[in-house]
Every structure is written in C-alpha cells, then in structure tokens.
Design a protein around this ligand. Structure first.
Ligand SMILES: Cc1ncc(COP(=O)(O)O)c(C=O)c1O
Length: 338
C-alpha cells in the first residue's frame, strides 16, 4: 500500500485512509442490531471500551468528529454562554460555525503562541457568571493534537493546570481529541490521563486509526444520556451501524501502536525536505514560506497530493496508507520542487 490505488501519494490528510482488507473483513462479519434502540452489540461494546480507555463513565458513537465536538460543547455550555478556545482550533475554524448556527453558543478565542496551550492565557480571558453585561464563559475547548499547529502535542502540565483551575472555577473543559491517539503514542501519556482532564471529549476513529467513519464522545453517564437526545435531533441516530463499530474495534486492536510508524515517517520526510524534525510532533510536516498553490499544483502533477493551509503554508500528513516507498517518492518530488 505504498501508494493509493490510483498511483497517487496522498499526504493531504490522515482522513483519506481506506479500510484495509482485514478491516473490511471485520466489517463484513459484523453482527448488527438497531443502535437507535441501543441494540447494536458492537456499538455498545465500542462505547464501553472507549469510555473505559479515557476513564469516563459512558460514551456515544457519532458519525463525525464535528458532531462529537459540537454535542460535547453543548453538553457543557448553554445557549447564550460562551466556549473559549484557541483561535486556530478546529471547533471554531472548520466546523462551519456550528456552535452558533446550531446550538446558540458564543465562542471566543485567544491567539496562542504556535497553538501551545497556556492555561494562564485562557484563565485570564474567562468571563464570570452573574454579571449583567458579560457573556459568561461556561467551557474551555482544548485541541490535542492541534491540527493547525502542525500536529502539536499539548503540554501535560498546562492541561493539568487548566483542569485544576476549572474545578474551582466551575468552568468545564471540552477536549477535541480527534488525534488524541497520536498525542498518547508520541508523549507516552496514557489515554485515561488525557481523558480525566476533560469533562467531555470527542475522539476520532477515522483519522490516524484508519476507520472509514466514526468518532466517539465520552463524558459522564448523565451527560451521555443527554447527548443521545442531541444526536437524534441532529439526525445522527444510525441503525445497523455495527458495520462501522466493527471498523472502530479493528482500528483500536491494530492501528494505535503503529501510529509511531507514521510519526517516524513524518520525521524522515521532514529531514528529507530540510524541515527541522523538532517541529514534527506527530504525523504532520509543515512547510512554511512556500508558494503553496504553485507547490501543491506542481506536486499533484507528479502524483503527490499535499494540503494548502494558507498561501504560504503546505501541510503533509503521514498515515496508514503511506509507507516508506511513498515517503521516498514524496520527498523526491517535493524536494525537487522546493
Ligand atoms: C482536530 C480536529 N477536530 C475535529 C475534526 C472533525 O472531524 P470530522 O471530519 O470527522 O468531522 C477534525 C477533522 O479533520 C480535526 O482535525
């Protein structure tokens, strides 16, 4: 699987992975039931497993990380209250304004140093309840790893500081953990340590773990009971969805530890492209100061797909469908263009 079937090396995102033959077999063999009735055995098993992995009481399977994030934030923030987060966070950048458009939540952002979470910076911006003028801050959203910050792993000490403060302040913490698996593998911090530092967390099976679809929202049992109402309202109640839970189970069984390979390949790619490998935290390589549209078009013409983050920034992601030969090919093409 050095290259996608069409001969392309696709480094645009880790969402482009296709189910492996073994994952397809697991999906084909899935025993299913109606999950809206709570009767799909593999969904129930997956939810229990993911809740336990993150040290929470309960979990709910959702079609996307966006739905997991937005329901997660709604559980801890009421309409007219605000969620505070990083200016480059996925929840405010790439989710189509859903917090406001769908749930009536206000969002406010801080510009951090390279996406690195600073508890003090966030705490300083929190607005209290009970003031007749201010929009109160009900929750803080954290992203780990941070996508637009190049797959950055957030410092554990800052997460712990924010969490300790939030307990006294009565402010909730939502974790966008789309790539929390990458963070855990890169840092060695256990998943449940990350999980216990959040009231609600959305984790994706469809990024580095290689499942075709699916994310899981974890929280307390009470909150997940409410989350099920929101998911149904949004049309996210899926029926014999065990076929997707089977892919998720396979991904958890086989595709977590191997993320270290993606990280190593990202470092190799960085070295080959003259990018400081110290800027590679997980599976992303960022090329700054390039003519992004031109580079992307020229690379595509040679069968390598990259993602344009801005006019001067390109992003390359390694994933399940990128092996050593694909890295080699991409490095050859892109270094030739640089
Ligand atoms: C950090 C982060 N959060 C959330 C999401 C949303 O996931 P989905 O595309 O499944 O809605 C993504 C998607 O790439 C992401 O990178």
């Amino acid at each position: 699987m050095a290259e996608a079937g069409d001969g392309l090396v696709d480094l645009r995102s880790d969402t482009v992975t296709k189910p492996t033959p073994a994952m397809c077999r697991a999906m084909a063999d899935a025993e299913v039931g109606d999950d809206v009735y709570g009767e799909d055995p593999l969904v129930n098993e997956l939810e229990e497993r993911v809740a336990a992995l993150f040290g929470h009481e309960a979990a709910m399977f959702v079609p996307s990380g966006t739905m997991g994030n937005q329901i997660g934030m709604r559980l801890v923030c009421q309409p007219g209250q605000e969620v505070l987060g990083d200016a480059e966070a996925h929840v405010v950048t790439y989710e189509m304004g859903a917090a406001a458009a769908v749930f009536g939540l206000s969002t406010r952002t801080v510009v951090s140093e390279g996406g690195v979470l600073s508890a003090d910076q966030l705490i300083a911006q929190v607005r209290p309840f009970g003031n007749w003028h201010l929009t109160p801050t009900a929750a803080v959203a954290v992203e780990n790893t941070h996508n637009r910050a190049g797959g950055l792993v957030q410092p554990l000490a800052e997460l712990e500081k924010l969490w300790a403060w939030s307990r006294d302040a009565g402010v909730a913490v939502h974790l966008d953990g789309a790539r929390i698996w990458n963070a855990a593998v890169a840092s060695g911090v256990p998943l449940d340590t990350y999980g216990r530092l959040a009231d609600t967390a959305s984790v994706c099976l469809s990024k580095g773990l290689g499942a075709p679809v699916g994310s899981v929202l974890v929280a307390s049992a009470e909150r997940i009971a409410e989350a099920r109402l929101w998911r149904k309202r949004l049309g996210g109640g899926m029926r014999q969805v065990g076929v997707l839970a089977a892919a998720g189970r396979h991904a958890l069984d086989h595709h977590v530890e191997r993320l270290a390979d993606d990280h190593a390949r990202a470092r190799t790619l960085a070295e080959r492209l003259g990018v400081d490998p110290a800027t590679v935290h997980t599976n992303m390589v960022v090329l700054d100061g390039v003519a992004a549209p031109m580079l992307a078009a020229a690379a595509k013409a040679q069968g390598v797909l990259v993602s344009e983050v801005s006019a001067t920034r390109v992003r390359l992601l390694t994933h399940l469908d990128v092996d050593d030969a694909a890295v080699d090919r991409a490095a050859e093409v892109i270094s030739g263009l640089l």
